[in-house]
Design a protein around this ligand. Structure first.
Ligand code: PRX
Length: 631
């Protein structure tokens, strides 16, 4: 199923548009099914109601584990590199991984989990995280992985939204020089989570934890009480595989739902093609499994293709800025998939960290999560790839399940900062504000997709109407991505950023409304408005304008207090980079905040604020400009 030439790409693309069902059923034949489908696709974007491979039966773990055992049982499935480079790395072969997943699947069953139950996973980047994910899939339980940087309140909201029954966690996590007390955070979260019956705790950092009788048990004790025989549960192609929460325009994160069959086919197909993965290569995706990139390109995509996937627990700058490169050298990484923010941050350390490190194993480089600026693209190309590795700038989203618009390595001619062309099966279209198609080249518009693909979301957990409203109602009969996009003279796509109230901080999606809700919870904050602004390393930073009438002399202390509140309510990733205290916000007579003005001020461009005469009190603008100039 790999595409090897540009001509083949063009032919494949044409076929995928003209005969999508034939195309995708052909791809699906490369996977292991317990029973084949009766119908490849039925769809309706108005409901929305999308079904792929209806009637088919499968278990994704048969594809990620069992089917590799005969020929590749001794091949490395997961290589784990710990936070501390002095500690040993660990390799799990497919046989060992299969054994551990089956064993832990039995632990889940023993603790009352069954098909359809929701299980929250809050763990460090250790092999047991992948094992927990796969064990859920093995028994047909729905995993909801929550990134280790989220606060107790964020976890509780996610657990309650999906009515999870179990939590899988660890005592703690290492991140550079820091230790994060995961179990403690879970304990705080569970005060408000009545549906949780059991908590399984992995020993990792060996920090003291409190274990609640009847509710909490140790991973290490539990696995001794079960055997390693666990038949994979038979799942319908459209049964839910997982829920993953992501931010949108409103204050409440939504649980994006992916199903077993389509997601598997899409993650596997895109992994194999985009990166041109070859047998025995080592694939290193630097994301965390708490995000969709980790789900699709650390766990399911690579393992479904029998690949070796490298999991890294730490951060690129610990113990120093050569860490990523040393990992590449140590494990002879062939494909490195990372984020522009990581590249920009490493660029800041100059070339010294690259000196003397052997990067010759690298063959393909990938970027994901946010637009990659030309400078970072060239640095990656020249200093890391030595002008010898294609860069795949992959555009996609939590909702799309896998890569959508991207070069195919060694196939698609690349262009810095362009995601280039749609993958086979993907039909992008640009529309104007009214939903009219903008055809031709050399145009800008809102990016939509007009035909379903197997990896697309099916609903948002527990609230189908919200899925419809968010993605399928803005423009009739189209999936709306929320991104703005340029199609240049060559028909190449360049994503220009979000056109909604979502900001992309270091490749993490954060809703401005979510941050505002958190800020407004702080005693003293009367009102707030949050916008994104260009940030050299993070891509976008968070800029908050806050009305705080009882401000003391020590403004900085108040700022720190407010940041504490945001950390407590959402997590450290949502902390504003800049806070300006103002006495009013620019509102229209109907009370709507004119964010356009705030965005301009945050960008530092106050020369051209446009028409401010419709504001209730135009004088506030002057104050905002002055105060923001002072921080
Ligand atoms: O704005 C786009 C940006 O990230 C958003 C999706 O975020 P999330 O669901 O967290 O998934 C991130 C990893 C797939 C998109 O709406 N984005 C993602 N990849 C790119 C990108 N923007 C520009 N170029 C990309 N390659």
């Amino acid at each position: 199923m790999q595409i090897n030439s540009f001509k083949q790409y063009q032919e494949t693309y044409k076929k995928s548009v003209e005969q999508p069902e034939e195309f995708w059923s052909g791809i699906a034949e490369n996977f292991l099914w317990k029973q084949k489908w009766n119908n490849v696709l039925s769809w309706n974007f108005n409901e929305p109601d999308i079904k792929w491979f209806e009637g088919a039966k499968l278990n994704i773990t048969d594809n990620c584990l069992d089917r590799h055992l005969i020929e590749n049982g001794d091949k490395a499935a997961i290589i784990w590199e710990p936070n501390d480079p002095e500690k040993d790395s660990i390799t799990l072969t497919y046989r060992v991984l299969h054994d551990r997943v089956c064993r832990f699947a039995n632990v889940l069953k023993k603790n009352g989990a069954k098909k359809g139950d929701r299980i929250c996973i809050y763990m460090p980047m250790v092999p047991e995280l992948a094992i927990a994910v796969l064990a859920c899939a093995r028994i047909g339980a729905i995993h909801s992985v929550v990134f280790g940087g989220f606060s107790a309140k964020s976890i509780a909201d996610r657990i309650n939204d999906a009515a999870c029954k179990l939590v899988i966690t660890a005592d703690g996590a290492f991140r550079g020089t820091k230790q994060i007390q995961l179990k403690e955070v879970i304990d705080d979260a569970l005060i408000g989570c009545p549906t949780i019956e059991k908590v399984i705790v992995l020993t990792h950092t060996r920090t003291p934890v409190s274990m609640l009788k009847g509710r909490d048990c140790w991973w290490e004790d539990e696995i001794k009480l079960v055997d390693a025989n666990c038949q994979a549960e038979e799942m319908d192609a459209e049964d839910v595989l997982f829920v993953l929460y992501t931010s949108g325009s409103t204050g409440k994160p939504k649980g994006v739902v992916h199903t077993c069959g389509g997601y598997m086919v899409y993650a596997g197909y895109t992994f194999s093609n985009v990166f041109n993965y070859q047998p025995n290569e080592v694939f290193f995706c630097t994301a965390d499994i708490g995000w969709i990139t980790g789900h699709s390109y650390i766990v399911y995509g690579p393992l479904s293709q029998g690949a070796t996937t490298l999991m890294f627990e730490g951060i690129p700058t610990y113990p120093d800025a050569s860490r990523l490169w040393e990992i590449v050298e140590k494990h002879k990484v062939n494909i490195l998939y990372t984020a522009p923010t990581a590249i920009r941050s490493l660029m800041g350390f100059g070339l010294e960290p690259l000196n003397g490190v052997d990067l010759s194993s690298l063959r393909v480089l990938g970027s994901v999560g946010e637009p990659i600026n030309e400078e970072a693209w060239h640095w990656l190309d020249e200093e890391v790839g030595k002008k010898n590795c294609p860069i795949v700038d992959t555009w996609w989203q939590t909702e799309t399940g896998g890569i959508m618009i991207s070069p195919i390595a060694f196939v698609t001619p690349t262009k810095p900062s362009f995601a280039t062309l749609p993958l086979p099966g993907i039909q992008p279209i640009l529309v104007d504000e009214n939903g009219n198609e903008i055809s031709g080249n050399g145009v800008n518009g809102n990016l939509c997709i007009k035909f379903p693909w197997p990896g697309m979301l099916r609903t948002t957990y527990g609230d189908h109407e919200r899925c419809k409203l968010t993605y399928f109602s803005t423009y009739e009969n189209l999936y709306f991505t929320g991104d703005g996009c340029l199609r240049d003279e060559d028909g190449y796509y360049r994503i220009t950023g979000r056109v909604d109230d979502v900001i992309n901080v270091s490749g993490h999606r954060i809703g401005t409304a979510e941050v505002e809700n958190a800020l407004n919870m702080h005693a003293g904050v009367v009102e707030s408005a949050v916008v994104g602004y260009p940030h050299e390393v993070k891509g976008q930073g968070i800029y908050a304008f806050i009305i705080y009438p009882s401000l003391s002399k020590d403004e900085d202390l108040t700022r720190k207090d407010i940041l504490q509140t945001v950390t407590r309510v959402i997590g450290a990733i949502a902390k504003p980079d800049k806070i300006v205290f103002v006495s009013g916000l620019p509102k229209t007579r109907s009370g709507k905040i004119m964010r356009r003005i705030l965005r301009k001020v945050a960008e530092g461009d106050t020369t051209n604020l446009g028409d401010i005469s419709t504001l209730l009190d135009p004088a506030v603008v002057q104050e905002i400009i002055e105060k923001s100039g002072k921080i």
